[in-house]
Design a protein around this ligand. Sequence first.
Ligand code: C2O
Length: 559
Amino acid sequence: MATLSPLSFLATTKVSLCSPSNAPNRHRIAKVSCNASNPQEQQSPQNNNNIILGNRRDVLVGLGGLSAVAAANFSYNPFASAEPVAPDVEGCNKPTLPPGAKPIACCPPNFEKKESIDYIIPNYETLRIRKPAHDYDDLEKYKEAVKIMKSLPDDHPHSWTQQSRVHCAYCGNSYHQHGHTEVAMQVHNSWIFLPFHRWYLYFYERILGKLIDDPNFAIPFWNWDAPEGMEIPSIFTDKSSPLYNALRNHNHQPPTLINLNWNGADVDRSGDVGENLAIMYRQATSLSPYSSKTGSGSIELVPHNTVHDWIGDTTQPNFEDMGALYSAARDPIFYGHHANIDRMWSIWKSFGRNDITDPDYQNASYVFYDENENLVRVKNSDAFDTKKLGYDYKQLDLPWLDAKPTPRVANAQRNIRIVKKLDLPFTLLKDKIVSTVVKRPKINRSQVEKDDKEESLVFSLQFDRTKHLKFDVLINEEEDYKWANPKYREFAGSFVNVSHAASPDAAVTETTFSIGITGLLEQLDADDEESIVVTLVPQYGDEVIVKDITISFDECDLQ
Ligand code: C2O
């Protein structure tokens, strides 16, 4: 068991930022999505206005942008001057909801009538320490605060309904981006995912504290990355508690172990502790960024998305509540789940990574009602340090640091037979495992080069974002191997979509998904191979068009 807390880890270890993984002393860490050598990101406005038009839109909004179809009809360049993402506070519209959802309103009360003011972070003298839900000593306070929240009228800015609607509005196309009525605000599937949710939980916690008159009140986190936390914490399952929610998958009640790699059905096999830890190792130490401009970071896809889908009630049209983003925050477990996602961001930083310096990222901003009912605007750059926001996480062991995946077969014995080789682009159909060969521009790079740049496998995908979807990626795996088992190093990562709200004409969307493979290829003894076999294993949900799979080299050094 690894006993170093993230911070002591930092203090005792020189972290090599881009070199092959030898955790815990050498983490593979990505610079987050700047200077990507993905050719799509290298287009400059001078070179090609049309391309930059499409790309800038994607860059700014991730999945919130226009559909591929709509984008083609776009007639002027809204990004002539680059602006960071910000909701247009003059306007909030009814959300677009996934098919079958009951109509709801999501805009904050009196939003149109209020001016937002720049938020000034109070000078916190005492840190609120967030503790794991399975060992949480403030339960009575939390229950009391949520009970009060739930008793407030729906149109009160602090009511439970309003808290959940904040999330609905930011992911349901209720806001558009500042100055661009045609571009929806979307806080998922891009690099604003972590900072937005940090601010969201911050105000949730501040409001709860205000309601019980305890400014030091701290919410718990669901510690699903440690064996003790790998079932739904009992604080959320007591039916008489305000923290209970009935719309959850009935097969996943305690003591059922969470499956961080959930594949949409419990029939074949469920996860085990070792698998969950291996997944955490891969996702949390991966060089694929925690967030990227054009797509989700590793932690957003897994376990963030998989946990949403594992909790959601599959008898509901879109796995409501947790299984659909518009409804997820109605379930109190949402805030426990996201507190652990937020904690992962803190842990990631304790490994020596720096914040993204791109002004589009730094200045991205959001508006919330604070605990004093002021409509306040906050920005990403103020969210980088939890201590500045007056809170921290209880330091715990990170058992996944010892759970590094290992190769399933030794390379000498590896027998890669490609039964069905597909050329790009292709449609990944349900139930059809396919493989393709990807040529590597460089092999056997020197250690210096590897320390400087991470080799990444970049997928360009097109799919319907209102539908659930998961596929796994295997590298150099043998074709007749049926299970994509995350314990093994050949399992490189997963793409997961949680149902998003979208109007029917904007349901089709495009995103990129990248996986760092420098260390993986070394561990598979394949660094001298000129091409690799990439196998895609559809697990559940809709079809996805794989438009391209390329290799890019991303800067590793932090700014
Ligand atoms: Cu905003 Cu877990 O989603």
